[in-house]
Design a protein around this ligand. Structure first.
Ligand code: ATP
Length: 257
């Protein structure tokens, strides 16, 4: 019998390092992201979680002086390979930021923007996408009678769900969430968490969070980062009940960080 091939996910990083100039903010991290799972990235401030997350759809390209080494595989292709269509990549791998950032446009136009950009024409087709995206983001019932109103008139929690709907409007396979609930009240946070649990039935999600209870509630896998390295990665249940590493234990118990 031949050697057993290493387990490979269709989306994963391999020995990924990310630099700002000569400073290595992420150090040789290999992490898999399985289909229909939520992976939480946790760790103290400045340990490289957001840098790592942003690199997964090449948002870090926008930061001058940032370079990467290693691989980010999606369906057998390295997303950093020359010739990669970054716009298409970001269609496949959507991102939602910490602070809700709707466009200065109507609710409808916020959602229709991406599909239009990708060539969808016709009112009926766009209407359908707007409705289904808002439904998937659990926002439709709250906004269906005011689609032409400015998105900025929505509450913070609604704006964040709008941003999730906007990301969903172009049918991504993967959603990257950078502390999506940290600016929200507990009720809105609960709604976003419910939404994340529902969305993982359709896609895979990677989330950065400082909220340990949130990581424990919504994620299937947890990765603990410290000073740019991956200290521990396992099923969330295991990480929170019986972590291998003392540092992980201390962090999740709130003893440091
Ligand atoms: N644009 C940038 N230019 C230079 N250095 C940066 C830049 N962004 C982040 N860094 C540095 O990279 C390291 C990792 O930062 P990053 O924001 O990824 O950490 P983090 O774990 O997400 O932190 P936080 O939890 O506070 O958001 C830090 O030392 C930070 O100062």
């Amino acid at each position: 019998m031949g050697a057993i091939a290493p387990v490979r996910e269709s989306f994963q990083t391999e020995d990924l390092s990310i630099f700002y100039g000569t400073y290595e903010a992420v150090k040789g991290i290999s992490l898999p992201f399985a289909q229909n799972t939520v992976t939480a990235l946790i760790g103290p401030s400045g340990c490289g979680k957001s840098t790592f997350l942003r690199s997964l759809n090449r948002m870090n390209d926008e930061i001058s002086g940032s370079t990467t080494k290693g691989n980010i595989w999606i369906d057998g292709i390295d997303i950093n390979a020359p010739g990669t269509d970054v716009i298409k990549l970001r269609q496949k791998i959507g991102m939602v930021w910490q602070k809700p950032n709707p466009f200065y446009k109507s609710i409808y136009d916020n959602i229709a923007f991406g599909p239009k950009y990708h060539g969808i024409k016709g009112k009926k087709a766009l209407d359908e996408i707007v409705e289904s995206s808002l439904r998937r983001a659990a926002l439709w019932d709250e906004v269906k009678d005011r689609l032409k109103d400015s998105a900025l008139a929505l509450s913070g929690g609604q704006q964040q769900r709008l941003c999730i709907a906007r990301a969903l409007s172009v049918n991504p396979q993967i959603l990257l969430l950078d502390e999506p609930a940290s600016a929200l009240d507990p009720v809105s946070t609960g709604k976003v968490e419910e939404l994340i649990k529902e969305l993982k039935e359709e896609l895979r999600i990677v989330i950065v969070t400082h909220n340990m209870q949130q990581a424990a509630r919504i994620s299937d896998y947890t990765a603990y980062f410290y000073l740019g390295t991956l200290v521990e990665y396992d099923k969330t249940e295991k990480v929170f009940s019986n972590p291998e590493n003392q540092m992980t234990q201390e962090y999740i118990m709130g003893r440091f960080g």
